[in-house]
Write a protein that binds this ligand. Sequence first.
Ligand SMILES: Nc1ncnc2c1ncn2[C@@H]1O[C@H](COP(=O)(O)OP(=O)(O)OP(=O)(O)O)[C@@H](O)[C@H]1O
Length: 253
Amino acid sequence: MSEVLLSARGLTKRFGGLAAVNAVTIDLWRDRIHAVIGPNGAGKSTLTNLLSGDLAPTEGGIELAGRDVTGWSPERISRAGLGRSYQKTNIFLPFTVWENVRLAAQSRTPHAARWLTLASKVRAANERAERALELAGLQPRRDFVAAAISHGEQRQLEIAMTLATEPRVLLLDEPLAGMGSAEAERMVALLLRLKQDHAMLLVEHDMDAVFALADHLTVMVNGQVIAGGTPAQVRADASVQSAYLGEGEAAHG
Ligand SMILES: Nc1ncnc2c1ncn2[C@@H]1O[C@H](COP(=O)(O)OP(=O)(O)OP(=O)(O)O)[C@@H](O)[C@H]1O
């Protein structure tokens, strides 16, 4: 049965007089992809930063797997089960794909495993890295240096590095950005695989992908949630069409 793994209540972030995120409530369920969409400046990145602990909320609270994690550091939230992919910034380009994933896995030897011998820790980290590499579909590239793989594969690598920390909740910020259609298709297939056993928040501008992937959508404009529901409900919502989907580059819905 599905369960709520992350729950944010009344999240608000003010920058001076601007409420970049204004009283947003959101639940992320295991085995479901929850997309957040909205025009530029809607507050999507700020919301992601609040959920990952990179920003502290001005108001509101966040529970992760039943624990109140409000105000925790990103490292502590990450250890508690939240994985966030940062666009390429964590990749060491001169290292191989395997070395990158292995380093990410090593950063996550749990505190509870301090008693393990060094050999057991190394073995556990190797196993985490192998699983992540396999899940992300990067086994065929494991010995390539990261600088030599394609843009789409580098995005897969970021996700593999996030998976190596064994998160239960995944926050993915524009995983399809800059991809051609074949790469985007591969990423969509990967995200559908990852849906199993994870709760996922997806921030993505590619509306075709969003509507293909999302089980639930939240639509933000100017920091506020203006609509939410299944893709069909959101598509049919007149306020969404006038605020967002009917306009300019986002007019794929
Ligand atoms: N550190 C900051 N200081 C002041 N204002 C900020 C800061 N970060 C974001 N903002 C403002 O908050 C609002 C929301 O920005 P945010 O980046 O969260 O939007 P977004 O939906 O992610 O946009 P995009 O789709 O362009 O990435 C914008 O008006 C932005 O200028």
